[in-house]
Each structure stands twice: as structure tokens, then as C-alpha cells.
Ligand binder design. Structure first.
Ligand code: DNO
Length: 356
């Protein structure tokens, strides 16, 4: 595996490439052209400029998170063809720039959903948290407003204000889309892009829906083992793979994370590894990465990745806000650096144990 950190680009991130370079064992970043809108074809020169900036700082651009999917593709409206063509152009240009991993998601309307961005923990750190009761009590159109005050002045991916301004229209677009339709639209999209992925050796890595169930009555399909196996089999090409995100699949305590990892051998192209602490089955908070701080056995998760021969990029995921850092919720420097170091430590121990 290759340890990486997500980085939003010098215009948007509070964390610098220099700081990332100084985290021991982190050799790459996962980034994106953050200013682009879903559906746009990316310019080759913009991709190359991003890559150069990262390489000049002594790091590798290990993959893209995300090339977002236009809603027309998810809904399956006739104009999807144009947006799929643009997506293919972006993939071709990424391939020309020697970039071979693309993370994306197929969630309607909302990307990941949390009800609190700064829940205080006993040690004074603040974390992202989710309570089903809060979602149930909320008008979906007010979702963004309810958390907007805690973004620390940053623009959070998936929660861009321009997108949230269209929330009513977005809900209307999806009114006839159920799980089956969403699966069919995903299959159509994947079949169209696979020849390009084959040509440029691009691994597509779908991110799970977070939380891993339907919110506000919207369909959600990338949520459990059965669905993810269905997804990988319906377009049975090794380039059609997944981002294994422990914090997203883990929102549903019925998901057996190490078992899911083992069942996806050869199809995990990217890993997000973080812990969650459950206070009840419908209330969880994003604890520190250590097993002892949360609900998951992080050693077993890393061991399953090791056992399937995972070689792709991995990153610590949302960190706590600690040591008075002010940054995008979940994406500060300090706690993610601690997370990377901890995950690297687990990996070293597992590797050495296997060599014996
Ligand atoms: C949240 C992230 C997601 C993820 C996208 C992938 O912090 O894990 O926004 O990047 O769903 O497209």
C-alpha cells in the first residue's frame, strides 16, 4: 500500500504540501481540481499543473478524489450522453498525465451526511458526528443551513453552496429514481467508460454511501456486501472497483468490515481507513483512529487489506480537530498525521509478523 493524505489544493486547503511531506511514511496525496463542476471536461494543462505542484513538493499525485458524476448520469436523463462524453475526456486526460486511480460516488443529492461538524468530546477535541434522530427531525432543504456555521470558513466537498442552493430542484430530479434505476444508471455509466479505463489502465474506485442507508427517502445503493458485489459483478472488469471506506460502510454495524474487504480481493483500488465510536446504533462520532478510541478493530481491518495483497493508495480519513487547529472539519493536519502514523505502524507490524 501507499500511505497518502487528501489535499484540496493550495487555493482551498489549510494544510500545505510541505507539512504533508514531513509526515513520516506519507509519500503521496490524493487531490482533485476542486474548482471544477461535475460534468465538465478537465483540461490537460490543469491536471499537469496540479501534478507538477505536488511533485515539486516531493510527493506523488497518487489518485483523484473525486471526479464527480453529474446528476444527469445518476438520474439517467437523455442529456447524460454529453456528460458521460465529458467524463471520458477527463479520464483520457488523466491517463495521459499518468494518473491511474479515480474515486467517485453515486449518491443522489447529498454526498456524505453528518448532523454535527464539531461535537465536543471529553478530551476537548471536536469531531464530526451523526444522529439519526436529528436527520429524522430535519427538513432536507435545511440540512446545509443546519451545519453551515461549523465549516470554519471552508467549502466542504459535496456541500458547495451553489449546489445546496439548487436543493429543491435536485430532489425533484430524483423523484422517480429508486434503487433499481440507480443500479441501472450506474451500470450504463460504467459500461460506457470501461473501454477508456482499459486503454489507460485507470482504476475506478466507487466510494460508499455515507451513512450506508437511505437518507431523506433518497435511494442509496453502495451500502453493504451484497450490493457492492452486485456492482462489481454487473460490470465484471478489474478496473471497475471500489474505495473501501471503513468509516462509511462501518456506519451500519451489520457490515462486517474485514469480511467485506476479503470478499473484494482484486477490486479495492483505494482505502479510507478511520474509526467510529458508536454511542447507540443510531448515534456515532468520528473518534481518533486507534482501536481503543472507537468501535472498530483497526488491526483486523489493516490485516484484511494486507491479506488480500492490497497495493493501492490508502489514507487516514476524517480526523478530530485538536491542538486548536482551525481547518475544514475532518481535514485538519494534526489528527490525520497521527492517523497515518498509527496505520503505518499497524502495517509494519503485520508485515513483519508475516515474514516470520
Ligand atoms: C468525505 C469524503 C467523500 C468522498 C466522496 C467520493 O469526507 O469521504 O466526500 O470524497 O464521496 O466521491
Amino acid at each position: 500500500m501507499q500511505m497518502t493524505l487528501r489535499w484540496y489544493g493550495s487555493k482551498y486547503d489549510t494544510v500545505t504540501l510541505k507539512q504533508i511531506r514531513q509526515i513520516p511514511g506519507v509519500t503521496g496525496v490524493i487531490s482533485t481540481l476542486y474548482g471544477t463542476a461535475p460534468g465538465e471536461a478537465w483540461e490537460l494543462e490543469d491536471i499537469l499543473a496540479l501534478k507538477k505542484e505536488i511533485e515539486d513538493a516531493g510527493l506523488q499525485l497518487a489518485g483523484i478524489e473525486s471526479v464527480n458524476i453529474h446528476d444527469a448520469i445518476k438520474v439517467g436523463t437523455p442529456d447524460r450522453e454529453r456528460y458521460i462524453d465529458n467524463y471520458i475526456t477527463t479520464l483520457e486526460r488523466l491517463g495521459q498525465a499518468d494518473i491511474h486511480m479515480v474515486c467517485y460516488n453515486f449518491m443522489p443529492v447529498f454526498d456524505w451526511t453528518r448532523t454535527e461538524l464539531a461535537r465536543m468530546r471529553p478530551d476537548g477535541s471536536t469531531v464530526l458526528a451523526y444522529t439519526q434522530e436529528a436527520v429524522d427531525a430535519l427538513d432536507p432543504e435545511k440540512m446545509f443551513e443546519s451545519i453551515a456555521g461549523d465549516t470554519n470558513g471552508t467549502v466542504m466537498p459535496g456541500w458547495e453552496p451553489e449546489r445546496m442552493a439548487r436543493i429543491k430542484d435536485l430532489f425533484a430530479m430524483y423523484k422517480d429514481v429508486d434503487d433499481e434505476k440507480l443500479f441501472a444508471n450506474l451500470q450504463y455509466f460504467l459500461e460506457r467508460i470501461m473501454p477508456t479505463c482499459d486503454k489507460y489502465d485507470i482504476n475506478m474506485a466507487i466510494h460508499p454511501d455515507d451513512p450506508a442507508w437511505s437518507v431523506f427517502g433518497l435511494p442509496r445503493i453502495i451500502i453493504n456486501k451484497a450490493n457492492i458485489l452486485r456492482m462489481t459483478q454487473m460490470v465484471d472488469n478489474p478496473h471497475n472497483g471500489v474505495t473501501f471506506c471503513s468509516g462509511s460502510y462501518g456506519t451500519n454495524l451489520e457490515n462486517d468490515l474485514p469480511d467485506m474487504i476479503r470478499s473484494l480481493k482484486g477490486r479495492i483500488h483505494f482505502a479510507h481507513v478511520r474509526n467510529l465510536k458508536f454511542n447507540s446504533p443510531t448515534d456515532f462520532e468520528e473518534s481518533a483512529h486507534l482501536s481503543s478510541d472507537g468501535t472498530f478493530d483497526m488491526y483486523e481491518i489493516m490485516r484484511a487489506l494486507y491479506d488480500i495483497g492490497f497495493t493501492g493508495p490508502i489514507r487516514p480519513d476524517h480526523g478530530r480537530m485538536i491542538w486548536d487547529e482551525v481547518a475544514m472539519p475532518g481535514y485538519g493536519l494534526y489528527d490525520r498525521a497521527l492517523g497515518a502514523t498509527y496505520l503505518n505502524g499497524l502495517w509494519e507490524a503485520i508485515e513483519k509478523q508475516h515474514r516470520k
